[in-house]
Ligand binder design. Sequence first.
Ligand SMILES: Nc1nc2c(c(=O)[nH]1)N[C@H]1C(S)=C(S)[C@@H](COP(=O)(O)OP(=O)(O)OC[C@H]3O[C@@H](n4cnc5c(=O)[nH]c(N)nc54)[C@H](O)[C@@H]3O)O[C@H]1N2
Ligand SMILES: Nc1nc2c(c(=O)[nH]1)N[C@H]1C(S)=C(S)[C@@H](COP(=O)(O)OP(=O)(O)OC[C@H]3O[C@@H](n4cnc5c(=O)[nH]c(N)nc54)[C@H](O)[C@@H]3O)O[C@H]1N2
Ligand code: SF4
Ligand SMILES: [Mo]
Length: 723
Amino acid sequence: MSEPIKTLCPYCGVGCGLEVIPGEPASKTPWQVRGDRDHPSSLGMVCVKGATVAESIGKDRLLYPMWRETLEQPFRRISWDEAFEKICDRIQTVIQTQGADAICMYGSGQFVTEDYYTAQKLMKGCLGTNNFDANSRLCMSSAVSGYIQSLGADGPPCCYDDLETTDCAFIIGSNTAECHPIVFNRLRKYHKKTPHVRLIVVDPRTTPTAAAADLHLAIRPGTDIDLLNGIAYLLIQSGHDAPDFVAQHTTGFADFAAVVQHYPPSVVAERCGIPVEALETAARYWGESARVLSLWSMGMNQSSEGTAKVRSLINLHLLTGQIGKAGAGPFSLTGQPNAMGGREAGGLSHLLPGYRSVTSPQHRADVETAWQLPAGRIAPQPGRSVWEMIVGLENDEVGLFWIAATNPAVSLPDLERTKAALRRSPFTIYQEAYHPTETTEYAHLLLPATQWSEKSGTMTNSERCVTLASAFQVAPGEAREDWAIFAEVGRRLGFATQFPFQTSAEIHAEFVKLTRDRPCDMTGISHERLHTAGPLQWPLPLGETANRQAKRLYTDLKFHTPDGRARFSAYHSRGLAEPPDQQFPFILTTGRLYGHWHTQTRTGRTDKIRQMHPHPFIEIHPRDAEQLAIAEGDLVAVQSRRGSAQFPAKVTRAIAPGTVFVPMHWGALWADHAEANALTHPAACPDSKQPELKACSVMLVPVRIGEAIAFSPAIRTENTLPV
Ligand SMILES: Nc1nc2c(c(=O)[nH]1)N[C@H]1C(S)=C(S)[C@@H](COP(=O)(O)OP(=O)(O)OC[C@H]3O[C@@H](n4cnc5c(=O)[nH]c(N)nc54)[C@H](O)[C@@H]3O)O[C@H]1N2
Ligand SMILES: Nc1nc2c(c(=O)[nH]1)N[C@H]1C(S)=C(S)[C@@H](COP(=O)(O)OP(=O)(O)OC[C@H]3O[C@@H](n4cnc5c(=O)[nH]c(N)nc54)[C@H](O)[C@@H]3O)O[C@H]1N2
Ligand code: SF4
Ligand SMILES: [Mo]
């Protein structure tokens, strides 16, 4: 390796550029990474996850296809040929006996766009079922539905330069400092050196993000809509609204204004559990700032009213004309590295490639023509969301469940129910990079996948910037690219015309054609061009010169609705799906830590990160801890209506009284009985179908020594594969 290879960090949606360099002779890894100074999104910065990524990539890999008839049997190694035969036989049997809608695939925002696209073509096109969903359902789907309903199309309108041009950053339901660290670094540096810039953080916890704020609104979980409507009330009252913008570029203001009337400061402050003065200050900061940028993630999206929360936030931007200009706009921070690419390629059960919808006859026809499939092949109704797949398994309506690049035996809500459903599955394919994960236990067929560094493909970050991540290592064992696996299944089922691809560049070239004249037009982007020009932001139509100037959407104030106007919405809060009560008096909220990534398949195998976060814990306010006679470090049993778990107590004022927090990172392989999702419920937003992973009600019981189930911070990651 002479010249450093430019690539992209495979962790979060910030999408930092990395350079791969040969490792020090004495180091544990054959290669190392550093930040790419030329990358327009990250300007050379990386956080601990990106910096340590080399350490985990080669450990405990799934190397060969493995098969077992029943979940009780051990796996045995089989050839790829046998694996493909089993898959194709099963698909044909299920189609004949139960119909194509009994086939379900559950994918991931950690796919490259080319994986996503090939999976859509196989499932929605060739097989004729829309049952493709992704873990983005747990993550970004409320942002997608909120943007579509309010602005006419998905796609965050802002860019990272806005972090350094805004006068007021309004961060709501996002622990940006830990979860999007380089976005936060850019904002924080600018905030520090620019005295007039205001930083408001709305989060029930005093996170490191909140600790850096000028104003922290520690609202009760689930009261975001009350707060946002309360801010709107004050903006209108103080004349900080923008009537000309509202009149010329929006619809639905009257209904919104009628709802907002019911949110005077005293009512809102009481519901949210914050002082009236704090609410007034927030409205004043927003109203007095020339440019307001809001940033949000899971505290908004993971809610039974997620779409309504997102739309209520967008209302504030419409009310004040804070959109379509530098330093302003509603900016959803995407979680996974390629959740954005997934949306572009149609990677949820109601979407088709190019920001299209399965319910639109025109969109289906566009895609059927492009795919050379008969008219009417694509089903007109949305497929199952992932939770509907789980319910389908419970009702024996699913004959084949294909999971790829996600670990549902940790990350889905109501884990006991999820695991019982997975156990019922007659045929589960699990396509993974590592072995074992918690989901391995529920699989019949294991397919080894290449991962980042061994596969080439594109990913789009939160600011619509597309980066090519090229392979620079050989695949371990017999691992194959996800797209290559989907394409081979397609060919073997008789769709040779649809799957001629030999490289991911060919897939990309076909995919971008389907974005022509769509909001996410990227016909001007190709692997070739990314390779020579570096990362490119969409929209970038064919023929347009790529400049490195960041772009914003809606600068002409023409929205993607039929009348070109953005739409106000009018929502009252319905509150939490499961409010606390006498029996379960605490609200449990769940989330992330700086070092760990989700279910730890990589970060659990990284020494530095394991030392940083050695074991799970539960955050409890000192007042609650005292009442329950819980001291720092005591084991606490936590029970919800669905299950239980136990964690050592971390007594801290960072959490509000009545609320407790546990990280989501510890599945069954990494600790005993410390699964956040043993406690959560699947109640979801009716529009986005995104579950309320941020709140359920629980009770706490201190565990007396002797009764404790041994708490084991030790990890069990030996590779148990017979090779
Ligand atoms: N270190 C790290 N970074 C990551 C990830 C990771 O696993 N580890 N994962 C990536 C992914 S996929 C995602 S989706 C993002 C998630 O990024 P974030 O959304 O920032 O992370 P979370 O910790 O899930 O939740 C954010 C905050 O929501 C708050 N919250 C809970 N309930 C409410 C509420 O009702 N209202 C409001 N306003 N706030 C509430 C929580 O207290 C929490 O601090 O992070 C990405 N980046
Ligand atoms: N309680 C609670 N639960 C949550 C959340 C929460 O905040 N609270 N957040 C939710 C959110 S936002 C998310 S995004 C999910 C994340 O949940 P998961 O998707 O289950 O988490 P990961 O650990 O990222 O799983 C990704 C898997 O893909 C594998 N992998 C990586 N690269 C590749 C590849 O190229 N190909 C293949 N085939 N496999 C690959 C990894 O080894 C890993 O096992 O969790 C959700 N669940
Ligand atoms: S901020 Fe996100 S993309 Fe950047 S280095 Fe950290 S994990 Fe990777
Ligand atoms: Mo996510």
